[in-house]
Design a protein around this ligand. Structure first.
Ligand SMILES: Cc1ncc(COP(=O)(O)O)c(C=O)c1O
Length: 489
């Protein structure tokens, strides 16, 4: 009730003394409109007549008259000794008085282009608790404890540098730690000046799109590929050119044939999303040579590279780039947890200023407090240890999931444990539709994403994508039993 009261105190009433309508009527009409439109909600306490009169610089009797009219018409009620409140049972609905507001055509059109994206937003927000949603992480007790300690330490020092505007590149200490980590773990060639802290991959992709200028530019995307990159490009008006992916990654020769003058290429070379293959060395070199000659940029989304379980690790594509054509994007939202909303981009020196300017215009800078906690977590060695522990945990969850799938659904699905990442791909036997299973599984409270949905032009393969990182062992077997029921249907 307290907070409701404060909203009414802040409501921006205006009185125009030069207007023909008397002051009391102006106050009455504005409050009535705010009540009917739901701006001020039922049960909200109105400010006292004395407070409101002094706030508006009018006589108290004018405010009293306005309130009396609201009370008489049933828009408000008074509680003895406790003030005046907005009624729950309003005398007339808003639509009856003002008609439903029509949105202008251009607004309606823009909204329509985003409407098809609604499904993603809902799936992401609503199914956190449902196995086997993608990209979820587990954070163990050790990391939770450390996070609490470091957050408390940061808050205790709560100083000027936390309170004001900070560096839009991101905090220098964090950029230095990210730079050291990427050099050591991913073979990225960079200086801290090239590292910009972002809110994660999604923001980095969005900034790159802005920096590329000319939204009508042609860009390659992987087919199948990461929907959120494709949709960010499509909604920005870019001309996306889907390039097929095979067991060696994106088909570079085909990309050059289809769109030789493309401005940029958005790819996941270490662990292609969703198929999980790595871009072969021959194709890496071919792509870099083409980018060098054509002047295109390669946007390398190196998501989930922290979680490698076997096989020969492939360093980043950026590390092979001699011509400053690669924009490297990484995220802490997977290495740590998605709610963190921190990531980074490593830019060719010539792009740093444009990228930071675009970022500044978007949301100025990352949160100072969050950055400081992560910077300490990295500098004090906890990040590397966290990755090591999580890698073991995710590996064992992956193995449990693969075993359960083979045991319960081996007749319907073919699954190999992936070498890297946080999800696996289970191919359906001929005749089964991944979309149908996805729907039936949802009825059983299990999220398995149909891979065929991620294809744009290439002939779609039917497979299910299951995230294994976010769901502990004890959850896996019962969820697979429910998934098996979906197959029976
Ligand atoms: C291909 C790919 N890149 C990046 C990300 C991470 O995105 P963000 O940092 O915006 O959470 C994801 C998460 O699902 C992903 O699947």
């Amino acid at each position: 009730m307290k907070s409701r009261q404060s909203w009414a105190e802040l409501y921006a009433l205006e009185v125009d003394r030069a207007a023909d309508a008397p002051v009391f009527r102006q106050i009455y009409l504005q409050l009535r409109l705010a009540i009917l439109s739901g701006t001020l909600r039922p049960a909200t306490k109105l400010p006292s007549t004395r407070e409101l009169a002094s706030q508006l610089g009018v006589s108290r009797s004018a405010v009293v008259s306005a309130f009396e009219q609201l009370l008489a018409e049933g828009y408000a009620f008074s509680k003895k000794g406790a003030g005046t409140y907005i009624a729950s049972d309003l005398p007339e609905p808003f639509d009856a008085v003002h008609g439903r507001k029509k949105r202008p055509a251009s607004v309606a059109k823009t909204a329509a282009s985003f409407r098809e994206l609604g499904g993603f937003v809902d799936v992401t927000a609503q199914s956190d608790e449902r196995p086997f949603n993608l990209a979820r992480t587990l954070v163990d007790a050790r990391t939770v404890e450390l996070w609490r300690k470091l957050s408390a330490r940061t808050l205790r020092s709560f100083g000027r540098h936390h309170l004001g505007y900070g560096d839009p590149h991101g905090m220098p200490e964090l950029r230095k730690s990210v730079c050291d980590y990427l050099q050591a773990a991913r073979g990225v060639r960079c200086e801290p000046e090239q590292v910009v802290i972002t809110a994660g991959t999604q923001q980095a992709v969005d900034i790159v799109i802005r920096v590329m200028q000319g939204p009508d530019k042609e860009v390659w995307i992987e087919d199948p590929g990461y929907s959120l990159t494709r949709l960010a490009l499509v909604t920005a008006g870019a001309k996306v050119c889907p390039i097929p992916v095979d067991q060696h990654g994106v088909n570079v020769t085909e990309g050059i044939r289809r769109a030789p003058k493309a401005r940029a290429v958005f790819i996941t070379p270490s662990h292609q999303f969703p198929k999980g293959v790595a871009l072969s060395m021959a194709r890496r070199l071919e792509l870099l040579a083409w980018a060098r000659e054509s002047g295109a940029f390669i946007v390398e989304d190196d998501y989930a590279s922290e979680f490698r379980y076997g096989g020969r690790p492939l360093a980043s594509l950026q590390g092979l780039d001699e011509a400053e054509r690669v924009i490297y994007i990484g995220t802490l939202n997977k290495a740590l947890f998605p709610g963190l909303r921190l990531g980074y981009a490593v830019l060719p020196p010539s792009l740093v200023r444009a990228f930071v300017t675009a970022r500044y215009l978007m949301d100025r800078q990352p949160s100072s407090l969050c950055q400081e906690v992560v910077a300490a977590f990295m500098a004090e060695g906890h990040f590397a240890a966290h990755i090591r522990r999580m890698r073991e945990l995710y590996r064992s969850q992956r193995d449990t999931l693969v075993a359960a799938l083979r045991h319960r659904l081996g007749d319907h699905l073919t699954v190999d444990p992936p070498d890297q990442g946080m999800h696996l791909v289970a191919y359906t036997r001929p005749g089964l539709s991944d979309v149908g299973i996805e729907q039936a599984a949802l009825q059983q409270g299990v999220v398995v994403r149909a891979m065929s949905r991620l294809y744009v032009q290439a002939p779609a393969q039917s497979a299910l994508m299951l995230g294994f990182s976010g769901y502990p062992h004890q959850v896996i077997a019962p969820a697979i039993a429910r998934l098996a029921r979906a197959f029976e249907r």
